[in-house]
Ligand binder design. Sequence first.
Ligand SMILES: [Cu+2]
Length: 180
Amino acid sequence: MQTPGIRVWVMVAGLCLASEAWGQSASAQTQTDAGPVSASQCWIRQLPAPAPSGGFLLIHNSGASTAVLKSVDSPDYKQVMMHQTTESGGMSSMSAVHDLKVPAGGDLAFRPGSYHLMLEQPRAGLKVGDTVEMRFRLADGAEFSAACAVKPANAMPGMRGMPGMSGRGDMKGMSGHGMR
Ligand SMILES: [Cu+2]
């Protein structure tokens, strides 16, 4: 039984490293269902169990009204939660979030340092290079899914090509967790 303190540290450490893998996300394969809300660019930074893995993607709402995310699940993980990383005074922490809104005609990004999926207990045999499915359910009952590329824990592809991000500068504020 891990203490809560250790547990949070492991999660933050994983997401900290995950921020460096964001630049590769555009290569992820995507599947979406018919409907106004869809997912793209989904990828997972797979950490060795029991550390939870982080999931990142972009959700787009092409409809005329706000969409509300109620739940996420996956056949490949026993538990999927929506989390948000927040920073205060140079310390980073995360908490579960609910009823996330995707504005009409707009996007909601799950990305390192912000919203992310927290994935626990991957199915036996899941490995880097696999593609896993995330299934999202909206408040109105509609569903959509994403095909997510499973990437390695040690992926360090760098940040080139991502507007607004410049190498390790994106990791400022994470230094309070012992991560370099
Ligand atoms: Cu989290």
